[in-house]
Design a protein around this ligand. Structure first.
Ligand code: PLP
Length: 414
């Protein structure tokens, strides 16, 4: 094994490919696209299969034992996920399809009720489109002003500039916990303090925070926190929104239909209590079951170890990539980022580069990473992004660096 120079044995030892059937079946695959979606441990797959083999029925609706068991499994999963995310009031954790739906829920149900012409909505230049476009559209629909807080040259938020934008007219401050494009970890406590000073809603996109940091949503002090299960070892199609109870109780539902009602009259309808008010229709039950198993897996490993492991791999990858002529690594230093390394290689389009890496079994993402406003500020159309998780190891960093260097030589000789 090469390149272990600045890694002590403990973080390197975290890699557990054997727990992940897809990785175990493909020993030469270097999966470096976990910011897009993570691989799934066998325990998650087993939990889903077990649910369907033993407990499957439509929850909430049946008086029979099997339906009651499905209901219990569904809400039991909610309680375990809430514990993992540091949410004491589990009924304020609403299941959604993922971060995108969670943020649309807030921007629509809370936003249409609370934002009006002349108000201001502030987002940061780092945002994923999922935490940008819903606010842009809300501003257009209500006549509010949509303002973007710019960045420092290292891809961190310019906090002074942001603070001056958050005026008493500001109703929403929306920011990511961790940037999917650069890996920047944002100072959530400071951002919340700035929002609270003017009574603005502090909305945090936790899509890249929940999988990679030791998150306690209650302690963060945010008003709303969105996350996606598939990025944190869980299945696709499940995620959630945690929001302060009084806000959820005051705002209208997002969708209407079965389960979310208390009483349907001929002309008027009243709504169910939390969390049902925001979960219309037959829910995705296998999703929470699988995600709860993923949370158990992460808890058993310890998020502090996951963080140390990723930081060690990221700082090694930054070191190795920066040493390759023509490579520019974008974003802040390793101490201010999570498991993401975005870079460019002079004279080689990221799409061409990612295809060449693929031939070596190295899976990276190339493109704008759903962050076009950020790409404009960086002055690039696209970057190549390698993103790490707990199952990656030094061999993945070695393969990445070797493959990028081979691509450079091939292009230089072309
Ligand atoms: N926000 C960030 C920071 C992300 O990285 C992503 C997904 O890449 C999303 C939001 C959207 O998540 P999903 O597609 O799971 O809804």
């Amino acid at each position: 094994m090469t390149g272990t120079g600045n890694l002590d044995a403990a973080p390197y030892a975290l890699g557990r490919r054997a727990d992940f059937p897809l990785l175990a079946a493909n020993p030469r695959l270097h999966y470096l696209d976990s910011a897009a979606t993570s691989q799934k441990p066998a325990s998650v797959l087993r939990a889903i299969q077990h649910y369907y083999e033993t407990t499957n029925a439509n929850p909430h609706r049946g008086a029979y034992t099997l339906s009651a068991a499905a209901t219990e499994a569904y809400h039991g999963a909610r309680a375990r996920i809430a514990t993992f995310l540091g949410v004491a009031d589990a009924d304020t954790l609403l299941f959604t399809r993922g971060t995108t739906e969670a943020l649309n829920l807030v921007a629509t149900a809370w936003g249409r009720t609370n934002v009006k012409a002349g108000d201001r909505i502030v987002v940061t230049r780092l945002e994923h489109h999922a935490n940008f476009v819903p606010w842009q559209k809300l501003a257009q629909a209500t006549g509010a002003e949509f303002v973007i807080a710019e960045l420092n040259t290292d891809g961190t938020i310019d906090m002074n500039a942001l603070e001056s934008l958050v005026t008493p007219r500001t109703k929403v401050l929306a920011f990511g916990h961790v940037s999917n494009a650069l890996g920047t970890v944002n100072p959530v406590a400071d951002l919340v303090a700035i929002a609270k000073r003017v009574g603005a809603l502090a909305v945090c996109d936790g899509a890249q925070g929940a999988p990679h940091l030791d998150v306690s949503v209650d302690s963060l002090g945010v008003d709303a926190y969105a996350f996606s299960g598939h990025k944190m070892l869980g299945p696709m199609g499940i995620g959630g929104l945690v929001m302060r109870r009084e806000l959820l109780e005051a705002m209208p539902p997002y969708q209407y239909g079965g389960d979310m009602i208390a009483h349907v009259g001929d002309q008027h309808t009243t709504y169910n209590v939390l969390p049902y008010k925001f979960e219309a229709g037959t829910p995705n039950v296998e999703g929470p079951i699988g995600l709860a198993a993923a949370c158990d897996y992460l808890t058993a490993l310890g998020m502090d170890r996951v963080i140390r492991h990723e930081r060690a791999l990221v700082s090694l990858a930054m070191e190795r990539l920066s040493a390759i002529p023509g490579v520019t690594v974008l974003g802040p230093g390793a101490d201010r980022r999570s498991g993401v390394v975005s870079f460019t290689l002079e004279g080689v389009h990221p799409h061409d580069l990612s295809q060449m890496l693929d031939a070596d079994g190295v899976c990276v993402r190339a493109g704008h990473h759903c962050a076009q406003p950020l790409m404009r500020a960086l002055g690039v159309h696209a970057t190549t992004r390698a993103s790490f998780y707990l199952y990656n190891d030094v061999a993945d960093v070695d393969a990445l660096a070797a493959s990028v260097n081979t691509a450079r030589l091939r292009f230089a000789g072309a």
